[in-house]
Design a protein around this ligand. Sequence first.
Ligand code: ATP
Length: 233
Amino acid sequence: MSLALSKGVVKRRGKVILGPVDLALNAPDITIILGPNGAGKTTLLRVLHGVERLSSGALTLSKPDAQARQEQAYVFQSPIMLRRTVRANLAYPLELIGTAKPVIAQRVETWAERIGLADALDRHAPRLSGGEKQKLALARALIREPDVLFLDEPCANLDGRSTREIETLLKDAHLRGTQIIMTTHDLGQARRMASDVVFLLGGKVHERGAAGRFFVTPETPEAQAFLNGDIIE
Ligand SMILES: Nc1ncnc2c1ncn2[C@@H]1O[C@H](COP(=O)(O)OP(=O)(O)OP(=O)(O)O)[C@@H](O)[C@H]1O
């Protein structure tokens, strides 16, 4: 799907926290939104997902809004579990769209296997470890095979192993056709995952480009400083 933000501005209590932003995103990229704390990454992600109201400007999608919303999924930094079993958590998004029961059962098994929870289907999801919960949240988002997946710092509190497992799931989903748009603080992860980078600073797109170029020869001194790990305002 293509998403185009035109002169997008978000204000909170009269103060501009994002924008104006002009940005076009296209499948089949893995777009990583980078920037220091407070740059507006989460706000931009929410705008693109359609859950943050624009104060001015417009978001245009290549599909009708209702259809686009159905085909999008969002994964938060802190996974939100239903207070039910792993099986019920995985089945839930498919039940919502009226998938046939035998198909649900089969997809739940497949996804439980993929995330290493095949033996934990009857466990109470809130009691899983942080890494297991995040993998479950991701599987719950991917089980519907969304067109676009938004992720806000999906590996923020995870160790290296869980992070790699999640990256593998994301790369597989991308190969199967899911467009991925995510924020991260982890530059290693950005280098491993991104095909496209949006670098935000002070609520504006400071630099944008193919990942291969951005990480090797950033155009602006601020992006260079950010990549060096220097503190930038
Ligand atoms: N509800 C709010 N009211 C007022 N200001 C807000 C609100 N939410 C966010 N902001 C401000 O908007 C700016 C952008 O916030 P946002 O969370 O999008 O940044 P971010 O790049 O995701 O930051 P971080 O890396 O710290 O998660 C920040 O200056 C933040 O303080």
